[in-house]
Design a protein around this ligand. Sequence first.
Ligand SMILES: [Zn+2]
Length: 274
Amino acid sequence: MASELHETIFTAKQERHKNLFLNYRNLNIFPVELLKDEGLQFLERLYMKRNSLTTLPENLAQKLPNLIELYLHSNNIAIIPQAIGNLVKLQSLDLSDNALQVICPEIGRLRSLRHLRLANNQLKFLPQELGDLKELETLDVSMNLLRTLPERLAQCLSLQCLTADRNRLHCIPRQLCLLPDLNELSMAANCLTSLPLDSQKFLSPFLLPNSLLDLLQCPLGHCHRCSQPMFTIVYPKLFPLRETALAGVHRRTTVSFVAYCCSSQCLQMFDLQS
Ligand SMILES: [Zn+2]
């Protein structure tokens, strides 16, 4: 096993691989071969999910300076070194399913970071420095022990998707609702006692179309009589199923068939038999 690992890393080094897959290797320490000599200067993506790592090396950025994506989910990592902040090219960091209790403020130095996944750890709070991540698009902090979200998160102006399900959150920071690109906000299974519904900015993208004309793009259905698209009020008309063409495939004829009409006029004129 050890020699196979050695060989994989040796080949990656020799052939200047950009991607290295070390998933499911039963590793409990970071392989020294990755950190020896000049390291792997060409490596951009490192996949190390489902191992037993407990920490990350201090010199990671020095030896793997061109990392863009680092996948470490399902390990046992309890602490990440401050030096993580030196991975200046990192765009995607996945530390889901680990044993993290604290995230160091240096995470805020990962200025290229676009996707940060910290789900299923033991985090009780997040550093305010997350607000320095101006490129951050995805943040997943679900399944932790968070009672609050950092206020400065509202400075992540690129944030599109924030998932914070299954924590202990009591409120949604009002400022978050003002983020211009936020189109997915999930906070299921928390202790929320109120929603910032008075914020107009919050209401417009989530509940209402920008213009009533947009409603014309999504009719509720079409009138059974005249085939006009229907947008608001519909008039239901019930027929016993046996009077319809579906009766043959459906033995339980007690079921009814519902036809919807656009107006009371169409309703009166609509007859299945005609
Ligand atoms: Zn009609």
